[in-house]
Design a protein around this ligand. Structure first.
Ligand code: BES
Ligand code: MN
Ligand code: ZN
Length: 502
């Protein structure tokens, strides 16, 4: 998609011209002018269709030949006093399906005579454009037979405002983050015959172009270090397990400042192992590397916008397969931390992968904090559904920062408790711990409790993203499929609370 910013005065003709309308339903100057020229067509359509100007609602009218556009579209912006960056992105996103159904190749959205508090018009234009871009994403590389009229048409999008030049800079910053989001979406959407631990590690290497240092540990190195928990999960797979460490030193190579650490579960396919999953829906487990996908996309975003921060991303990449060499229920493994684990269910594999990745991260990097992301439990979907990630933390400050930022960017989290009663549930009769709780209840909490045993007092937060990493339906700025949920949240967390702060 080609994105442009132009002066209001230089807008001439386009396939579709889009006007913003608040919930007071008052038309802007340009829309009023067009309405007059078209003998009240627009105001009549507003009345007839019941268009109410609510955020993201759209209405289209076809214009007579000779008019400045084939169609005029109105998009609701709701209560102008409530507009913020996230609402503006939603506005930009909500026009996309309409434009494609009109078969528009090109469209121009006009920001006329509105003043949004707390944000410049140029920034508002950048947010709208970014929303349009994020909603236009589609993963269509495997269609070989789609004809042009089955594909989306929109190729050019222009936001017109006065002072258009000033929009380029804020847009570039947002675009760097969206590049990260799209990278995550691509990785998550790829099937597991294409993305496996080895090929995903190769994908991490592409970040070197942006100045990220990438180090890949293979099975031999992990074996020497003693990664018994992670390696046990991957031992039934024909592909080698990997640990990838990505470092972005935004404070300069010589900087000794402790990094912020992000750790991701990267199970490129989760069959359940010997504790095999039922056939129905198992294909979804191609996105069980979603946590790693977010960490990789986040590193791309931070490096792409040259964030002034030291950050490290660590992803544990394995394929959980049954087979003659696979780990068995009842096996006892020794983790990198030295703690032993009785593997009672080979399908509770994410926590085993994270156990070694977390211990490694705190030990080698002494980070300011660790945030891990994992499609860890089905139970979190039962508890929270698909609109919020579960948050677990040993640190109230980090937890509050995540909650605030989540609400701000529209990637919300909900904190759940940790505590002694839950921790007891994972004590084993034969080893230091077992990988599932003694009872079925509180499954997401006992999983988090397990992770906490591997963070060693580091300020830590765990995001269980099983409900949000993939979406079955389109949302304002997120088409169905891999969502990239978490990239924008963590990028904003870094920007708002850690960047440029000692
Ligand atoms: N990857 C799954 C969790 C999951 C389920 C993610 C559905 C997305 C959608 C995880 O490895 C798993 O299998 N967890 C088990 C844990 C159980 C064996 C204690 C689960 O949630 O059933
Ligand atoms: Mn599993
Ligand atoms: Zn899993």
């Amino acid at each position: 998609m080609k994105m442009n910013f132009s002066e209001l005065a230089s807008v001439n003709k386009d396939n579709v011209i889009i006007y913003l309308v608040g919930d007071d339903k008052k038309l802007s100057a340009g829309a009023r002018d067009l309405d007059k020229k078209a003998s009240g067509l627009i105001s009549k359509a507003m009345t007839n269709s019941g268009f109410n100007g609510k955020l993201g609602k759209t209405m289209c009218v076809a214009l007579a030949s000779g008019a400045r556009a084939d169609y005029a579209m109105l998009v609701g912006i709701g209560d102008i006093k409530k507009l913020d960056a996230t609402a503006l992105e939603k506005i930009g996103g909500s026009v996309v399906p309409q434009l494609n159904s009109l078969r528009a190749v090109s469209a121009t959205l006009l920001i006329e005579d509105i003043k949004i508090s707390g944000i410049t018009t140029a920034e508002a234009a950048a947010c709208i454009a970014n929303g349009t871009r994020l909603r236009s994403y589609n993963f269509d590389k495997y269609f070989t037979k789609k004809t042009a009229d089955e594909k989306p048409t929109l190729k050019n999008f222009t936001v017109a405002l006065s002072g258009a030049k000033a929009a380029a800079k804020p847009y570039a910053k947002l675009a760097a983050v969206s590049d990260g989001v799209e990278f995550t979406r691509n990785l998550v959407s790829e099937p597991a015959n294409i993305i496996n631990p080895e090929t995903l590690a190769e994908q991490c290497r592409t970040l070197e172009d942006l100045g990220v240092e990438v180090q890949v540990l293979g099975e031999e190195e992990m074996y020497k270090l003693g990664f018994g928990a992670l390696l046990g999960v991957g031992q039934g797979s024909a592909v080698e397990s990997q640990l990838v460490v990505m470092r972005w030193n935004g404070l300069g190579k010589a900087s000794k400042e402790a990094p912020l650490a992000f750790v991701g579960k990267g199970v490129t396919f989760d069959t359940g192992g010997i504790s095999i999953k039922p056939a129905a829906g198992m294909e979804e487990m191609k996105w069980d590397m979603g946590g790693a996908g977010v960490v990789i996309g986040l590193m791309k975003a931070l490096a792409g916008r040259k964030a002034k921060i030291n950050a490290v991303g660590v992803v544990g990449l394995v394929e959980n397969m049954p087979g003659g060499n696979a780990q068995r229920p009842g096996d006892v493994v020794t983790s990198y931390s030295g703690q032993t684990i009785e593997v009672l269910n080979t399908d509770a594999e994410g926590r085993l992968v994270l156990a070694d990745a977390l211990w490694y991260t705190q030990k080698h990097f002494k980070p300011k904090f660790i945030v891990d992301l994992a499609t860890l439990t089905g139970a979190i979907i039962v508890a929270l559904g698909t609109s919020r990630a579960g948050l677990f933390s040993n640190n109230d400050k980090l937890s509050d920062q995540l909650s605030k930022t989540g609400a701000k960017v529209g990637e919300e989290v909900w904190r759940l408790p940790l505590g002694e009663v839950y921790d007891k549930q994972i004590n084993s009769d034969i080893a230091d711990m077992q990988n599932i709780g003694k009872e079925r209840e509180a499954g997401s909490i006992t999983a988090a409790q397990f992770l906490q045993r591997f963070v060693n007092n580091t300020p830590w937060a765990h995001l269980d993203i099983a409900g949000v990493a993939w979406s079955k339906k389109d949302a304002e700025i997120t088409p169905k499929g891999g969502t990239g949920y978490g990239v924008r949240l963590l990028n904003q967390l870094v920007e708002d609370f850690y960047e440029g702060k000692p």
